[in-house]
Design a protein around this ligand. Structure first.
Ligand SMILES: NC(=O)c1ccc[n+]([C@@H]2O[C@H](COP(=O)([O-])OP(=O)(O)OC[C@H]3O[C@@H](n4cnc5c(N)ncnc54)[C@H](OP(=O)(O)O)[C@@H]3O)[C@@H](O)[C@H]2O)c1
Length: 501
């Protein structure tokens, strides 16, 4: 452990950060503006984590990556670290970092621009879809929503995409669908890129483009979000909260069109819901005690959708749990939390012994359910839980993995954390970038995030109304069994993500 008792001045730290950043960017330290946002230097999360690790080594204490967001330029960050260095001079260092976050009043954040309200023209449900707008088409779930819409409707799909020009936008969408094995060339003309950015006013689309879409679309599927377990609310707000507001603006402008919003069961993370059954149409007024910035943005964004609904906008809300791979092909998002956790734990040779249920649904179930439910008149104004109806325990997953020949030990969470601190010190282990999420301590009780998510502290999320709504379809959630895990493991091995010896 890092135990240096020497304190450092802001000037010393500034010099150190400048030289680290200059080295990472391969430029001279005097080319860096100490007041410019670190973001403007295009640091990706791996480079940012490397900067944090180098700084930790030199300062002799642990540096929370959160600080990069709260103090996002070299000058401010150096001052904050100097204070921390002084504070820690005489204190005993613990193996985990205590997060000093400011509490965001989420209810005060949940304010929808008063100009966003449907025009007086009332909405007539016809079920006809000629032109739909989709966000998140370059993401995991978005790829499968596109596939479903292509097969189940005749609609052209206008996809919001971050790209420099149309060709690049189309290529990104195509490559994403190819990555998930759902690209079909004959459907290509129906996938139309719309260049923009969720975090910008009017979604970063020109005024004319935005108005044209608003006047002609029949529905909006909003799946895009920044999924990040490390960043605080402030860093995710523009994309996840303000982006949702812009989607609602587009939906209510000129022609009223339904918004099918992909939310998350994370909106029920307040301890108030712990151990309680929450149903699809229950209120979700409690936000106190939601600690993850990502979950906070999902709570606020869904509130905005709810306000728009109360103002007369037709909406459907879909709350998935963790979304796992496709039940037939096994293809999954290998950058997601489950995959990184599995890979990282296999590298460590041990999993934490925790009382969790595996809270996940295969992506084919989630995408099919969203598209089917969005097309039923009775769904309007309702929320749906895409929870797995028969979840299994985390320990069952470990048993299956062992039976497939993966050597694994179950160790108490404290011991596992200690291994994470002591042995996972390089970006080669995928848990490296998740360390802040797995180690930092939150809440009055100073619990780690995994402690906060223990089964006993979670709500019981009912999906009965959703199953009833799906009863007329042939959509069934595939069982979580050894067969499914075999399919998932086969994909992870064949794709080279997991190595078997
Ligand atoms: N995955 C899960 O386990 C899970 C669980 C519950 C709920 N959800 C919700 O499901 C939805 C889809 O998740 P996912 O797993 O498909 O996530 P993902 O694979 O990370 O995809 C996120 C999508 O959002 C887009 N996006 C992010 N910031 C953007 C911006 N500023 N402008 C334009 N597009 C932006 C990304 O575009 P780029 O390609 O340009 O980055 C990408 O298309 C999200 O709303 C998420 O909150 C997911």
């Amino acid at each position: 452990m890092m135990t240096s008792k020497k304190s450092h001045t802001a000037e010393e730290i500034q010099e150190l950060l400048l030289s680290q950043l200059a080295e990472a960017l391969k430029i001279q330290p005097d080319e860096i503006d100490i007041r410019a946002s670190l973001d403007s230097y295009g640091l990706d999360s791996t480079q940012a984590m490397s900067l944090v690790t180098q700084t930790e080594k030199l300062l002799g204490f642990e540096v929370s990556p959160m600080l990069l967001w709260h103090y996002p330029n070299i000058e401010a960050l150096s001052q904050r670290l100097a204070e921390e260095s002084e504070d820690l001079k005489s204190e005993k260092q613990t193996s985990t970092t205590v997060v000093k976050t400011t509490t965001v009043d989420l209810s005060a954040e949940a304010v929808l621009d008063p100009t966003i309200r449907p025009t007086s023209q009332s909405f007539q449900f016809t079920g006809r879809l000629d032109n739909v707008f989709l966000t998140g088409g370059t993401g995991f779930l978005g790829a499968f929503i596109i596939q479903e819409l292509l097969h189940k409707t005749h609609a052209d799909i206008y996809c919001l995409v971050r790209a420099a020009h149309q060709e690049e936008g189309k290529l990104k969408l195509k490559q994403n669908l190819q990555r998930y094995f759902v690209w079909e060339e004959e459907f290509s003309p129906r996938i139309i890129p719309v260049l923009g950015d969720l975090s910008k006013p009017r979604l970063g689309i020109s005024t004319e483009g935005f108005e044209m879409l608003a006047a002609n679309l029949d529905a909006i599927y909003h799946s895009a979000a920044m999924l990040n377990y490390v960043y605080p609310y402030s860093a995710l707000k523009a994309a996840n909260v303000l982006g949702t507001q812009e989607v609602l603006r587009m939906a209510s402008l000129y022609k009223v069109k339904p918004v099918h919003y992909v939310s998350s069961v994370a909106i029920f993370e307040s301890p108030v819901y712990a151990g309680k059954v929450v149903k699809e149409q229950d209120d979700f007024d409690h936000w106190e005690g939601i600690f993850l910035g990502y979950s906070q943005t999902k709570w606020v964004a869904e509130k905005l959708v709810k306000i728009a609904s109360d103002r007369g906008l037709p909406v459907t809300i879909h709350r998935p749990p963790l979304i796992s791979g496709h039940s037939q092909t096994g293809v999954c998002n290998t950058d997601d939390f489950i995959s990184l956790m599995i890979k990282g734990c296999l590298a460590m040779g041990c999993f934490p012994d925790v009382e969790y249920m595996i809270d996940m649904s295969p992506v084919d179930y989630v995408s099919q359910a969203i598209v089917y439910l969005s097309r039923q008149k009775e769904s309007l104004g309702k929320a749906f839980h895409l929870q797995h109806p028969q979840p299994v325990s985390f320990k069952k997953l470990i048993d299956w993995m062992r039976s497939f020949g993966f050597p694994l030990e179950l160790v108490p969470y404290d011991k596992w954390q200690a291994q994470l601190v002591n042995n996972v010190s390089s970006v080669d282990n995928p848990l490296y970038t998740l360390r802040p999420f797995l180690l930092e301590r939150w809440s009055k009780e100073q619990l780690t995030i995994p402690d906060l998510y223990l089964q006993a502290k979670r709500p019981i999320i009912s999906c009965q109304d959703t199953l009833n709504a799906l009863a007329g379809s042939s959509i069934v959630c595939p069982p979580i069994d050894s067969q499914l895990f075999m399919t998932y493991s086969a994909y992870l091995i064949e794709s080279g993500f997991l190595n078997v010896v």
